[in-house]
Every structure is written in structure tokens, then in C-alpha cells.
Ligand binder design. Structure first.
Ligand code: ADP
Length: 190
């Protein structure tokens, strides 16, 4: 199995790059943000639990997120690997992911972090907000809170996998194909 974490702040282009990676490598893409939006759209109990946190730009509690992620992974028993997008966002989630993969005699092969500075992120998300219909994309205070939450709670996940020699940082500013080229260089080197 090949299991990759696509990492980076909100608005760093993870979704765009994940779409290209699925095509090239045939991996299953799991975006926890997309899963939560799907649940919210269907007004399920899970969606109702996530809603208030997402609206404020806070993380949904690990107890909810980890269970949802496990179910999704287990619904693809024959996958040749996964691209995790927007997960793990806390050390606790990273440890749960490692344990889940270990049960399948697998592990994370690489974490690929897209680096984009704060002001570029704010501009990109505001632009996306015009068409995404996402309330959390349309309020600068919430956007800045998401960036702060990323710095406080999520960047330690980079260091966690760095200690295992698995973290790779690439420049997330540039053309879509140019950035994809950098991602494929990392994947092809593991
Ligand atoms: P972005 O990367 O633009 O912030 P996402 O779609 O990945 O967008 O996430 C949107 C929101 O969903 C987050 O702000 C958070 O509230 C919630 N969320 C997504 N993934 C997680 C996660 N792994 N843990 C906790 N909350 C999450």
C-alpha cells in the first residue's frame, strides 16, 4: 500500500492537487472536510455535530473525526492506498491513523506539505468563497481563525512525521502543474 498525507494550511491547494494525484496513482482520496460537508448537506447526526465547529473555523472534536475516518478507510478494504487530505489535523489523529494502518500491516509512506504564506491564503479563500458557498470561506475573521488553529494544533503533525523521516515540504505557490510536478518528484522518490 501507498499511503500519503497531503498537508498544508486551509486554501493551500490540497483538493486541487489530490484530484491530480488520484488520476496518476489510483489511490483513494479521503478529505475529512468533504466528508463533513456531505454529512451536513444530508443533515445527519454526524453533520449536525460538526456544523457549529466548522462554522467557527474550529476543529471538530477528535472523537467524532477519528470515527468517521476509520469508517471511510474500512469501506475500501481492497484499496492500494489512500491520500489523506485535511487529516490528521492533530497529534491524536496522527496516532489514531498510524494505529489504524498498522492493523492493515501498512503505514504512512510520506507527508507532503504545501507551503503558502498567510496573506496568499486569505486572498485565495476569499476568492473561493465567491463560488464555494462555504460560510467559512466568506468571513475574514473565520479564515484567520482557521489559519491560527492550523498553526497551533496542526503544524505539530508535520514534526511528528518528520521525526519518522517522512515529512516533505514543497512550495505551494506557482502553477498547478508545476506544483504537481514537485509532488510527483516526492512520491516517485519514496
Ligand atoms: P480547509 O482546508 O479549507 O480548511 P477543509 O474542507 O479541509 O477545508 O475543512 C473544513 C473544516 O472542516 C475545518 O475548518 C474543520 O472545522 C473541519 N475539519 C476538517 N477536517 C478535520 C479534521 N481532521 N479534524 C477536525 N476538524 C476537521
Amino acid at each position: 500500500m501507498t499511503n500519503l498525507i497531503l498537508f498544508g494550511p486551509p486554501g493551500s491547494g490540497k483538493g486541487t492537487q489530490a484530484a491530480k494525484m488520484i488520476e496518476k496513482y489510483g489511490l483513494v482520496h479521503i478529505s475529512t472536510g468533504d466528508l463533513f460537508r456531505y454529512e451536513m448537506g444530508n443533515d445527519t447526526p454526524l453533520g449536525q455535530q460538526a456544523k457549529a465547529y466548522m462554522a467557527k473555523g474550529e476543529l471538530v472534536p477528535d472523537s467524532v473525526t477519528i470515527g468517521m475516518l476509520k469508517n471511510k478507510v474500512e469501506s475500501h478494504p481492497d484499496s492500494k492506498g489512500f491520500i489523506f487530505d485535511g487529516f490528521p489535523r492533530t497529534i491524536n489523529q496522527a496516532q489514531a491513523l498510524d494505529a489504524l494502518l498498522a492493523e492493515k500491516n501498512a503505514s504512512i509512506n510520506a507527508l507532503i506539505a504545501l507551503q503558502v504564506d498567510d496573506e496568499e491564503i486569505v486572498q485565495r479563500i476569499k476568492k473561493r468563497g465567491a463560488t464555494s458557498g462555504r460560510p467559512d470561506d466568506n468571513d475574514e475573521t473565520i479564515i484567520r481563525n482557521r489559519i491560527q488553529v492550523y498553526k497551533n494544533e496542526t503544524t505539530p503533525v508535520f514534526d511528528y512525521y518528520d521525526r519518522q523521516g517522512k515529512s516533505h515540504s514543497i512550495n505551494g505557490i506557482g502553477g498547478i502543474d508545476e506544483i504537481f510536478g514537485l509532488i510527483t518528484q516526492v512520491i516517485d522518490s519514496i
